[in-house]
Design a binder for this molecule. Structure first.
Ligand code: GLN
Length: 284
């Protein structure tokens, strides 16, 4: 049976009705524009265009995957972060808008003119390292990740965004950084408790578990990052870690036990604890 041809407007309305949530319409538009290779502005003048059968079939295939729960960013293969357009794959976490707070707090602590060394631990798609590098072209940034596949995506993102001041190295946390010290270390590590039921819901089901979950209380990796920071920061250097809304107290305690000064937790736009910062004592 052949369905009657439908124009762009009808296709989008039907598609949006099959996607749950307030984002349904927007997601349907993103998927259709992806299939057509068009920008959003194209929609305004083409609402009554009829699409060829191949385009409709390709759109419906993506729509079915979205209905089955695959994240839009993986279907498009991209996600915007900071000022950058980043490729993402199921080997990388999808960059979150909340992480832009970590970028802002790091930029507040990085000089514009001077060349300083910065590390991004667990870089995934490269989001944090590339945002910092693009804003501080003088900085020398080292980004680590234990996943070779993630590093391939991150390196591709550096090239595609014209960023040349990031070096990507393979290994877990500080493993590839022996003997190196930085003015600032930033990380958005996994911080969800391994038995958290959210891991089995929504988009999180499709993201790499190694980028999300970290032991019984979600703090296993953060403990390693805080404990190792003293050996990898310069005197006066900063450690900034993104974490869950209910982990601020525990993480400030870890920072203080490790001898950090000026320890504070900053809230995100939703007024939830999101990033803890601390400074290694010493002359800057
Ligand atoms: N640093 C990357 C990001 O913020 C990846 C984080 C992760 O995989 N936990 O998107």
């Amino acid at each position: 049976m052949t369905a009657a041809p439908r124009d762009v407007r009808q296709l989008l309305a039907e598609a949006a009705a099959t996607l749950p949530g307030v984002e349904g319409r927007h997601e349907a538009e993103l998927l259709l524009l992806h299939v057509l290779g068009r920008e959003r502005s194209w929609l305004f003048a083409h609402a009554t265009d009829l699409l060829d059968a191949d385009a409709v079939a390709a759109f419906q295939a993506l729509l079915a995957r979205r209905q089955a729960g695959e994240p839009v960013a993986y279907l498009l293969g991209r996600r915007g972060f900071w000022t950058l357009d980043l490729a993402v794959s199921p080997a990388t976490l999808i960059p979150r808008p909340e992480t832009e707070l970590l970028v802002e707090l790091a930029l507040d602590r990085l000089p514009v003119e001077t060349a300083v060394d910065v590390a991004d631990l667990g870089t995934g798609s490269g989001a944090i390292a590339l945002a910092l590098a693009s804003e501080r072209p003088q900085a020398r940034i080292t980004a680590t990740d234990a996943s070779a596949e993630a590093l391939t995506v991150a390196r591709r993102n550096a090239a595609a965004n014209g960023v040349h001041n990031v070096v990507f190295v393979a290994g877990s946390w500080y493993a590839p950084l022996a003997g190196q010290r930085f003015a600032l270390i930033a990380s958005n590590p996994p911080y969800i408790a391994s038995d958290d039921p959210h891991l089995l819901q929504g988009d999180l089901r499709h993201e790499p578990a190694s980028a999300l979950a970290s032991g019984p209380d979600g703090l296993d990796d953060i403990r390693v990052i805080v404990a190792g920071a003293g050996a990898h920061l310069l005197p006066g250097g900063w450690l900034l870690i993104e974490h869950g809304w209910d982990q601020g107290d525990a993480i400030r305690a870890l920072f203080e036990q490790a001898g950090f000064d000026r320890v504070s937790t900053v809230r995100d736009l939703e007024q939830r604890d999101r990033v803890t910062c601390g400074c290694l004592p010493g002359v800057v």
